[in-house]
Write a protein that binds this ligand. Structure first.
Ligand code: 5GP
Ligand code: MG
Ligand code: MG
Length: 179
């Protein structure tokens, strides 16, 4: 996909992200300290780096699984309609589950995923998002843990893309168009 020319301005450094992941992992480990095996569900694709860092900081037995839902596609506009593209491999009934999301924006994606997984009867279901844009919210959902609240800017890096680019940036940056 072609994109307009742009540059990326750093918003959150790799160092701040690492420190945040460490402190979030401590809180999560404490919440799930009595859990036999936590099911950590990453929402593809944007959460893949966050989940990789997070599970390595979690001193807990975990199973890792992934769910893919359609949201942005390659555009910069959110779709209010959420479809499952890839379902979980594992069953979550009676189990403790942590959903890992990259960004909560309008909230439709997380709302839909939480409703879906709740319907499968987990023992405990919690959510974590690396980033939150509260000013964009259109639903009443909030992740149980949030890394950073950010303003209404289009961001990339640390797993998050613009038209499938820039996922491999070690920091979070905002996209600034130059033309
Ligand atoms: P929501 O359903 O909350 O509106 O959107 C959730 C999804 O939209 C996020 O998981 C993410 O994939 C995408 N999204 C929201 N804001 C941004 C952004 O600033 N940059 C990118 N690349 N994706 C975003
Ligand atoms: Mg996402
Ligand atoms: Mg995307």
């Amino acid at each position: 996909m072609t994109t307009r020319p742009y540059v990326i301005d750093e918003m959150i450094s790799a160092k701040s992200i690492a420190a945040k992941v460490e402190s979030l992992a401590r809180e999560i480990a404490s919440e799930f300290r009595d859990t036999e095996q936590l099911v950590v569900v990453g929402l593809l694709r944007g959460s893949f780096i966050f989940i990789a860092d997070l599970v390595r900081e979690l001193k807990l037995p975990v199973e890792v699984d992934f769910l893919e839902v359609s949201s942005y596609g390659n555009a910069m506009e959110s779709s209010r309609e959420v479809r499952i593209l890839k379902d979980l491999r594992t069953g979550v009934e009676g189990r403790d589950v942590l959903v890992v999301e990259d960004i909560v924006d309008t909230g439709h994606t997380l709302r839909h995923v939480v409703n879906l997984l709740q319907s499968r009867g987990p023992r405990r279901l919690r959510t974590i998002a690396l980033l939150d844009k509260p000013s964009r919210r259109e639903t009443d959902i909030k992740a149980d843990w949030t890394g950073f609240e950010i303003p209404d800017e289009f961001v990339v890096g640390y797993g998050i893309d613009y038209a499938q680019r820039d996922r491999n940036l070690p920091h979070i940056g905002k996209v600034r168009f130059t033309e």
